[in-house]
Design a protein around this ligand. Structure first.
Ligand code: AMP
Length: 287
């Protein structure tokens, strides 16, 4: 396993692999790796000749009052995990090499970046779209892997790849959960024991909404009210950014559930913001 810190060297290495006919699978992360990340890596390893994992806490996707400084960092632990997974290359660029003085270009995916998380984290998806575009141009993968846990992010990336004619397959992998249903997240490390227990409410609320849809309820407003009541009744929930039923293409709120629907939640427990979602397809409704 090699560790690379200089974008130009990473890019030249990728070019050499491609020249030799090898396909590159890419998993972008912010480090503090858990089984969710590892599931993407395993998928990339299965489907490609070379697997590259980036670890970069991207300053431009954090708001001024967000957790960029506190974001968990564990380079030694992460390196060990990646070694065990037999990853070929870790790409860990310096901030100053990703955003050198004079950096002026940003990628903005309109409309879908403004809804859900985008409405509560202004500029977040612009930061994500910009860094992912840069990483894709540096690593040059045939396929890049993203988690459904951050569904809106994955859709924003799919859109930018399509709009900018990038010849890359974006693969969305299922959300990996703890035994009690909580979606794995690097931010779960911020939770106190009490908050960690209370955090299971997010999964319970999604399952309850799914069950309501399965039972034939199509009134999305009703489901949203039940979801929000359930979340706000939990004393450890200190804030509710959104919870409800959305169109999985436009992220507009649904009033009635006819086709596919996205159940999505963003809540705060203390200062920790957690998100989760479930995709409901007509198949799943009848299942
Ligand atoms: P992050 O390090 O949080 O930026 O996440 C890097 C990638 O891992 C993103 O594509 C996330 O969607 C994905 N990911 C994070 N948590 C999970 C999870 N619990 N299950 C599956 N993928 C995840």
């Amino acid at each position: 396993m090699e560790t690379m810190r200089i974008p130009r060297i990473m890019q030249d290495t990728s070019k050499a692999h491609i020249l030799h006919g090898r396909t590159i699978g890419f998993v972008p992360t912010m480090g503090a790796l858990h089984e969710g990340h590892l599931s993407l890596i395993r998928m990339a390893k299965q489907e490609n000749d070379i697997t590259v994992v980036s670890m970069f806490v991207n300053p431009i996707q954090f708001g001024p009052s967000e957790d960029f400084k506190q974001y968990p960092r564990d380079i030694d632990g992460d390196t060990e995990k990646l070694q065990r997974e037999d990853v070929d290359i870790i790409f860990m660029p310096e901030i100053s090499l990703m955003y050198p003085e004079g950096f002026l270009t940003y990628v903005n995916v309109e409309k879908i970046s403004d809804r859900l998380c985008g409405a509560f984290r202004p500029g977040h998806f612009k930061g994500v779209a910009t860094v992912v575009t840069k990483l894709l141009n540096i690593v040059k993968p045939a396929k890049a892997y993203f988690g459904q846990k951050d569904f809106q992010q994955a859709i924003v990336i799919k859109q930018l790849v399509r709009d900018l004619d990038m010849d890359i397959d974006i693969v969305i992998c299922p959300t990996v959960r703890e035994r009690d249903g909580l979606a794995m997240s690097s931010r779960n490390a911020y939770l106190s024991i009490r908050q960690r227990e209370a955090a299971t409410i997010i999964y319970k609320c999604l399952i309850e909404a799914l069950d309501m849809i399965k039972s034939g309820i199509i009134d999305a407003g009703y489901i949203k009210r039940i979801m929000q009541d359930r979340l706000l009744k939990e004393a450890a929930v200190s804030g509710l950014d959104y919870a409800g039923v959305y169109d999985p293409v436009t992220f507009a709120e649904l009033s009635e559930i006819e086709g596919d629907a996205l159940l999505a939640v963003a809540v705060k427990l203390g200062d920790t913001r957690l998100i989760d979602n479930m995709l409901v397809t007509p198949d799943r409704r009848n299942g």
